[in-house]
Design a protein around this ligand. Structure first.
Ligand code: APR
Ligand code: PHB
Length: 390
């Protein structure tokens, strides 16, 4: 087989890239290790930056989001079971975010790709990248047969555990990482959510209230990284959540039996560069953020925006300007998202071993935020994500 761009990974990054390239008349093949049902079964964060919302609209993927998504003006922060603070992001940035699930976006991407007759291969095994510096090709096995795709470029959209990043030589690749000593225990409940998405700091640990739709709530509490789901009955979960949220909002929490319960570890990770020869990384293949800022999907989309523009400019105008600047440009946005995600994680979680000095600094960070419009404006600017570069 031969194509212009071989896309490894059929998650949001790979699917969105193949969609945008198709609109520009560029051929691609997506190869995915799992089944489509498996990809759609993953549960992940769902807050979209205004830039992501605009990309979905521009590429005809926004119909359901505009009908069922919940526009979000800002973020509520509860503090020590007392303060109830709202950061008015739309006021400080003039831009509106959207609460809309990644699963739904991925469903809409698959629908669009199937409608357009996309080439997508599922349940591929032993994917390997070859000759990425000169004449790239990808080999893999499917239904017991070895197959090969020759291409002009490889897009590594295969998530944190995929093989693409490893195709960058070890002496070139640099990796930066923080692994946090706690995770998020999340539950899904078929009950109306709290009216606003809310983060909570409490000296017992972080908690959060989110939503999937008007009848489906998503809640989280911080737990030690060593805890297992079996340690957490529904009752224990609800008790912890209530203790960490102020009493005056308890009436907004509608409890019920959990229909899903899982623990997600928290990690910050960046691999540089994001390009090696004809190989370009996008999304979780190159970087991971802790979920605190809900930046993961937004970064995958902004990488794909930069990468698709670079490939389109290459084919349409014969200019490699954007291909050559892809890694540096994408990484500027990535590091800004890593920065705000790390600072929000530090602000809102209890770290084992922290001392009174750490606690005073955290309290002062919150006091500055509440007390200063300048600090609120700066926070809102970063929380919205950097604007795309020309
Ligand atoms: N061969 C083919 N496909 C692979 C391989 C492989 N060896 N390894 C992994 N994949 C597939 C995975 O099965 C997955 O479907 O690559 C896909 C990568 O998808 P994601 O992990 O969802 O990553 P990405 O598309 O970059 O989307 C980023 O996911 O983790 C969240 O918060 C993050 O929202 C962000 C989004
Ligand atoms: C979620 O809805 O799952 C969610 C929302 C915001 C976050 C993290 C997770 O920061």
């Amino acid at each position: 087989m031969r194509t212009q761009v071989c896309i490894i990974g059929g998650g949001p990054a790979g699917l969105f890239l193949s969609h945008v390239l198709h609109e520009a008349g560029i051929a691609s093949i997506v190869i995915e290790r799992q089944t489509k049902a498996h990809v759609l079964g993953r549960i992940r964060a769902g807050v979209l930056e205004a830039g992501t919302v605009e990309l979905l609209r521009r590429y005809g993927l926004a119909e359901r989001m505009d009908r069922d998504g919940m526009p979000k003006d800002g973020t509520r922060i509860f503090w020590e079971g007392k303060d109830d603070f709202f950061i008015d992001v739309i006021r400080w940035t003039g831009r509106q975010m959207m609460v809309w699930g990644q699963t739904q976006i991925t469903e809409d991407l698959y629908a669009a790709r199937e409608r357009d007759g996309a080439a997508m291969l599922f349940e591929v095994e032993n994917v390997a990248l070859h000759d990425v510096e000169a004449s790239p090709f990808v080999t893999f096995e499917q239904d017991g047969e070895t197959k090969r795709i020759d291409c002009d470029f490889i897009a590594g959209c295969d998530g944190f555990h995929g093989p693409s990043r490893m195709a960058i030589p070890a002496d070139i690749r640099r990796e930066y990482e923080r692994v946090y000593p706690f995770g998020w225990l999340g539950i899904m409940v078929e009950r109306p959510p709290m009216k606003e998405l809310a983060y909570a700091y409490h000296s017992e640990g972080f908690a959060m209230a989110s939503r999937r739709n008007p009848m489906l709530s998503r809640y989280y509490v911080q737990v030690p990284a060593t805890d297992r789901v079996e340690d957490w009955s529904d009752d224990r979960f609800w008790e912890a959540l209530h203790r960490r949220l102020p009493e005056h909002v308890h009436g907004e929490i509608e409890t019920g039996p959990s229909i899903e319960k899982s623990i997600a570890p928290l990690r910050s990770f960046v691999a540089e560069p994001m390009r090696w020869g004809k190989l370009f990384l996008a999304g979780d293949a190159a970087h991971i953020v802790p979920p605190t800022g809900a930046k993961g999907l937004n970064l995958a989309f902004s990488d794909v925006f930069y990468l698709s523009r670079a490939l389109i400019t290459h084919y349409a105008e014969g200019s490699d300007h954007y291909l050559d600047s892809y890694s540096a440009m994408a990484l500027r946005r990535v590091w800004a998202a890593e920065n705000i995600s790390w600072r929000m994680t530090r602000l809102l979680h209890v770290f084992p071993g922290e001392d009174p000095f750490d606690q005073k600094i955290r309290q002062n960070d919150f006091d500055l935020l509440v007390g200063s419009q300048d600090v609120q404006r700066a926070f809102a600017f970063e929380y919205m994500g950097l604007p795309f570069e020309d």
